[in-house]
Design a protein around this ligand. Sequence first.
Ligand code: WTA
Length: 640
Amino acid sequence: MERLKKEKQGRTELMWWPSKECKKRAFVKSKKIYEEAGKNPIKFWENAAKELVWFKKWNKAFLFEPPHFKWFVGGKINISYNCLERNLEKRKDKIALIWEPEPINEKTRYLSYYELFREVNKFANALKELGVKKKDVVGIYMPMIPETIIAMLASARIGAIHTVVFSAFSPEALRIRLKETNAKVLITADGYYRKGSVINLKKYADEGVRKTDVEKVVVVKRIGKKLRLRRREHFFNELIEGQKEYCKPEAMNSEDILFILFTSGSTGKPKGVIHVCGGYTVQAYLTTKYIFNLLDDDIFWSTADIGWITGHTYSCYGPLLNGATFVLYEGALDYPKADRWQQMIKKHRVTVFYTAPTAIRMFEKEVAKVKEKLDSLKIIASVGEPINEEAWLWFFKEVGKERCPLLDTYWQTETGGILITSLPGVGPFKPTFAGLPFPGVKVSILDEKGNECKANEKGNLVVLPPFPPGMLRGIYKNEKKYRETYFSKFGNKIYFTSDIAYKDEKGLIRIVGRSDDVIKVAAHRLSTGELENIVEKDKRVSECAVVGIPDKIKGQVIAVFVVTKTKEKIKKEEINEILVKGIGKIAKPKFVFFVSELPKTRSGKIMRRILRNLLTKQPLGDISTLQNPRCVEEIKKVIS
Ligand code: WTA
């Protein structure tokens, strides 16, 4: 195998280019594609759409009524048909899904395209029997098991809208999402394994469905716990027994909702991001094809949980739309030993490995030198947060052995698919730079006035029309939020990402970080406002401020500053408990501080920057707008 080529000129700059071997395998081998797609992005996406099966062709490719837009208008499609039937002719017996349970003594499960097709059809019929109709919302609160994929595809098949809730979210977080969407059915499991322990998911689900509109609950037996079901509850395996092996897919309008996925924004409440049937399918298909370059002998492993957008697009829909084989892993990457992820790559001969910087840093810390050969790997990739140079180089050298392109992929829940990355057959691969916008995607970096920034000047990353087809179509039941969050800062024709970025002289983009109060803890997206709201619900708390501070492994960790009401007492452990109950274990703070006042501007806005800078021992910056400068001294003492 050839090594990637290193850039010769520019001695200070580290950069690699694809080897002949990479180019040979790649769908995209030349830079020309950027030019061609750039000339007519609408046609570019239309050509991609033509590779899929449509029940009816669209009559208008792109329709823009700012800030709203539509793609493939008039077209009819079903994503489950494109994931399954479209592959049956050529790949009936090809493995679609390899499922690896966490306990090592348990058997791996393999599902061929035909088997997956059959199970999805049976479950789709079962959902219909439960009364689920087109446009009903189905909640999915499931671990990483094949039935989760089956449930998503079955919902999509009958035109129901799925809303997947991360299995490590708390019952309260589940309840909020089920309520907001008026979900009719919840699909869950009796439990799952995580770091050797059994997580009792059904118990959480029981709490989460209380006071919601959920009428029926389907329970997958994952751990085989003895359960006595209530009247409205059914076991998955009993439900599909005797179901017909074919269920006609609904012909969905291109702009019908495919799924709602909640994500955190700047404010207190999670937002239900809407993705639609046509455009999302096209973008998931094409980005997976060109970026991960899945050929028939590839085995793709994306470590993202299905509860997040990466799980939707690249642990489910993208690989299936490309007729690829992908790995779904139930548990922790470092269980029972630190090298579990390496053992997985070896065992399944993984060729494309997609993970997050937080995992990469953990690998580096735990194993330092990778002794295993991992010679099956062809492409390695990262997502979720900026990747620091040390982690980039370690991943590239130790895991990819300077042989595999390292793709740093930038995107968001809202964008549905990857927006910025280098392509494996084109390159370049430059540490900490995501690369160029995907063909057909137009982005820009703007200063506060909306002027384009020069090379190396930091600014606001925005997306320009025609927006890629997989981008969000709205926030569920909240038009105002859609307009305010994405289409107000630079007008209603420019999508504002809330990320800060800059370009180098070659136009390669580096993402610096968020400009709002969204934080990433071990790649999980959380909002400081949402965490604050939860803590402030406690009657003893007068107010609180949450900040994300840098952490070597997790990217960011949570620090909470609490002001209690006079005479009230509350313990650190109680704050932890409140957050774990409100959101889940991922929201457990690293630091909790009790102070008598928070730094505020004259208009009463909390100055989180001051708290952050105090904690990280940075200069405080401009504090002339601070209304209560004396509190700084107290805070310094408390955190020291
Ligand atoms: C950040 C995850 C730097 C960014 C797919 C974005 C990144 C937010 C990268 C979205 C990357 C994602 N480099 N930052 N390669 N990928 N981000 O919705 O701040 O969970 O806005 O989607 O993660 O997070 P989300």
